[in-house]
Design a binder for this molecule. Sequence first.
Ligand code: SAH
Length: 355
Amino acid sequence: MNIYGCTLKKLQDYFISFNENPAKAKIVFNEVYKNNISSFYDIKKLSLPVLNKLNEDFSFEGLKLIDKKESESTVKFLFQLLDGYSVETVVMKHDYGNGVCVSTQVGCNMDCAFCESGKLKKIRNLEAYEITGQLLYIKTILKIPVSHVVLMGIGEPFDNYENTMDFIDIITDQAGLALPHRHITISTSGIVPKIREYAKRKILNGLAISLHAPTDEIRNELMPINRAYPIKELIEAAKEYTYGNKKITFAYIMLKGINDSDECAYKLAEILKGINCYVNIIPYNKTPSANFEPSDKERISEFFDILKKEGLNVTVRREFGSDLNAACGQLAVKYIKKKKTTEFTPVIYTGKLGM
Ligand code: SAH
């Protein structure tokens, strides 16, 4: 197993499985994430037989950075995976710190009409270490401080639930990267059973639902997932997440002539009435394979005003990275054919983590 995909709990169970003290897991975690060791033999506090066993059972392979594009507000990275596929990761520079947008799958099965990431159907889930690896590369190797993580890159995180939860557990663990729970946000197209499962977790991280339409009629056309889990069920599941006074975010892309009328705004306000939520209006980023047009600035502002007047907490998302094709919905999977003889080069994480 790859150590970067192993949660503290799994590592504790691992030690228990051969009658070792599970407290040793914390020592390993600390060394891996706080001291950035790249070999278990650097751990001074554990005995040689234990280190030998760790060395046999776990690897330290990281991702390989193969491309990087940078603009004023955004950096886009292309990371190669072991099997030749690569996924994109984006760093967004906010005034309050840097946010990293990670991918969770190679391709995506959701097939949303406006999104480029789903044009290549899901090829496979990313393993937890491949999600963690995106963040580690940026934080540890490139030494870019990271304060927030959003799971809004390629893929549907709730269609890769286990690995996604493992990733969150690793990066929020006090013995791991110790990112604050409230600084991690998952975005989902609306897989209702998983929203419910997520809402039941003891510690709640952020949740954004890609709503994008106030009626099933419109949403069915934009997002096929709506046929499986229509708006009424989605809203019920969203409410479950908000129990205990947690705020949920609804994302709403503005597509000219499709979902941006006054009527849509009033309907949206109606279905979200009484829910502890933010509405995040997103200007649509054009993609090569869809025929949508973004709503005009005036239309967005009129839509915004209606939602405000109706009492919703509403913001318009600042655009990131559309100049790099690094904005929401513009990320894509690439396949770089590797020669049979080319070995994957493990990347060694070195240097101190900077927050
Ligand atoms: N599958 C998840 C996360 C990935 S997409 C989800 O659907 O939420 C991240 C966000 O970008 C979603 O809200 C998605 O609907 C939005 N998005 C997709 N394509 C877009 C585009 N062309 N312009 C603006 N936002 C887009």
